[in-house]
Design a protein. Sequence first.
Length: 239
Amino acid sequence: MDRRLIVVAIVVAGALAATGCTTKIVTSEGAVPLNTVTSSGTGTSLAAPDTAEMYFGVTVLEPEAKAALDTAGESAEAIVSAIKDAGIPTDDVQTANVSVYPEYSGSEGKAPTVTGYRANVQVRVKIRDLDKIGDVIGAASGAGATDIGGPNFTLDDRDGAEDAAIDDAIADARRRAETMAKAAGKTLGEIISVSEAGVTVPPIYYGGLERAAAADYSVAIEPGQLDVAANVTVVFELK
């Protein structure tokens, strides 16, 4: 070996020792590879929804596009005002869609002609007090809403339900891993790693309500329960 390379190596080693820097190689006991088993688990939990989302809209037909849009906009403002009067804060009311398009008529052999313009304005409403759903539907319908959709029940405060679903998923993964370990003549050791594939909270959807039916808002709407699902992958030590 080149004498200069030996000298450089000695100098570097001395510098590392002087500064307290060391290199540590970590291996399993006896340098034997760790035996593991990987298992997937699915867990669920039930949670009562705490939020409902609804859509209220108005559709009008006028000879001119501007007139149609202006009329729809005025009706939407009346709907929003009624919804706020029903106890919904401004932050939970949002314009969701504005559209205007021509209406055509024609007969065979003749080019279609524009007979008017149809405009639609939709408002999205988040209802945090589920006891107010009937009041909000009635207020919007009374203010002229012609299109009513929802309620879609969701969960804003998800932490507790998600934690419960993850705990259930890990327990499911352990059960599966124990079955595989037993088949291999082994027993489970400690958890080496856990990865989460996702937690889902599918909302509960209700179909759109006709305006006539919505006017009878004394009919109770039951929110039911939401199914919270979690998926995990767990690596266990095998003994």
